[in-house]
Design a protein around this ligand. Structure first.
Ligand code: ZN
Length: 151
């Protein structure tokens, strides 16, 4: 097993055991629900953004598999303190990393913690689980109230 896939396993286990930022916001600026019918993952995402466009708080509730939960937890820790523009860029980088060829090099510098999700490329059925929280985020930032599905 490569170093990255070992790290991937460890992070998934850790974030499942101790999900970060789990819960809901009383007055979110952005909210979306996401569904991944293929696996049955569901997420409710709340986001608070300040006047400068910086994400101040992220909370979510999710039901589903270990990968979707870990992805939501890791995403929430990364988003706090980022601008909406930065989070859109992160989404694109994340999306590229999980959908690229399994031999493509992973940009660990730009992706940081998210690089571990490149491990999901080896399990194509899981790509939607890992990307559900991110698609939900994009849906929330676009329309403020939204239902997102990976189908
Ligand atoms: Zn799943």
């Amino acid at each position: 097993m490569s170093e990255l896939s070992e790290l991937y396993q460890e992070m998934i286990l850790d974030h499942n055991k101790n999900p970060r930022n789990f819960g809901e916001l009383s007055e979110p600026d952005y909210h979306a629900e996401g569904h991944n019918p293929l696996c049955g993952d569901e997420i409710d995402l709340d986001i608070k953004v300040n006047d400068d466009g910086v994400i101040e708080d992220v909370k979510y509730k999710c039901e589903g598999c270990a990968i979707s939960k870990a992805s939501a937890s890791i995403m929430s820790t990364i988003l706090i303190g980022k601008t909406m523009e930065e989070s859109k860029k992160l989404f694109e980088q994340f999306h590229d990393s999980v959908t690229s060829d399994t031999d493509a090099e992973v940009d660990t510098v730009n992706l940081g913690k998210l690089a571990v999700f490149a491990g999901v490329r080896e399990f194509p059925a899981r790509i939607k689980c890992a990307s559900l929280p991110w698609h939900t985020l994009m849906g929330a930032l676009k329309n403020k109230e939204n239902v997102v599905t990976t189908e």
